[in-house]
Design a protein around this ligand. Structure first.
Ligand code: PGA
Length: 239
């Protein structure tokens, strides 16, 4: 498939603008958002873009894409903490609702089922935004994930554990929970974000296919609402 390629210096503004467009088009948008480094510049800009346009996310439901297990509430490496600090706490008025897997429950497996039910009750996900992992993962759907994988507890790969150390969790968690490939594919629209030259090789693999569980992002190919939004650095990094 063909990605949308945006000059690197304009990429974050452009994606924030598109998110604001999506919210303007559907003020009760159910929007699933990732953490990781890729979307952070977008989150830094979105509150200002909404303010400048007189827009509001007050009717929006945010769904957390994934979460580490075993970190206490408020830990700085937790995805919900990062999402709150980098975006939700900066939105005025605040978003209407934030749905995340209740990982602090004694049984995170039952929390996954409750989360999927809550998302369905909210009408399902309109738009899921994903960062492209270097190994092709989306959320914590690591290589080996299948198109019918539900929201579930997963064992983290060494590269995801390494990322957790970078966020301040040392020793890093061994497991996490992720929105599954099945509920991602059930979303009406999917945006895959890729920035920087280090994403060039995996971006090319995803765009060219073939579809394979070894590269979970390729399982999204064929979804009619899929858009890949890359910056020039990632697009040029393609071999
Ligand atoms: P990154 O990670 O945005 O930190 O590059 C993407 C991912 O691994 O999900």
């Amino acid at each position: 498939m063909t990605p949308e390629v945006i000059p690197s210096a304009e990429w974050a503004d452009a994606v924030a603008g598109r998110l604001a467009d999506a919210i303007a088009a559907n003020p009760s948008l159910v929007l699933c958002l990732p953490t990781g480094s890729t979307p952070l510049p977008v989150y830094d800009r979105l509150p200002g873009v909404l303010r400048a346009r007189g827009g509001s996310a007050a009717g929006v439901t945010i769904v957390g894409l994934d979460e580490f297990l075993g970190l206490p509430p408020g830990h700085r490496a937790r995805c919900d903490t990062i999402l709150r600090h980098r975006l939700l706490d900066r939105l005025d008025p605040p978003v209407g609702r934030f749905i995340a897997v209740e990982v602090d429950r004694a049984d995170p497996r039952s929390a996954c089922a409750a989360f999927e039910a809550e998302v369905s009750g909210a009408g399902g996900i309109d738009l899921v935004v994903l960062g492209l992992g270097r190994n092709g993962h989306v959320g914590m759907n690591e290589p080996g994930s299948r198109i019918d994988s539900p929201t579930r507890v997963v064992e983290l790969t060494p590269s995801t554990r390494e990322a957790a150390i970078g966020y301040g969790a040392d020793p890093p968690p061994t497991h996490g929970v992720t929105l599954g490939m099945a509920p991602i594919l059930a979303a009406r629209e999917i945006w895959v974000l890729a920035t920087g030259p280090e994403k060039g090789t995996i971006l090319q693999r995803v765009l060219e296919g073939p579809t394979s569980p070894d590269v979970p992002a390729t399982l999204l190919l064929g979804h009619e609402g899929l858009t890949v939004i890359a910056d020039e650095a990632a697009a040029k990094g393609r071999r």
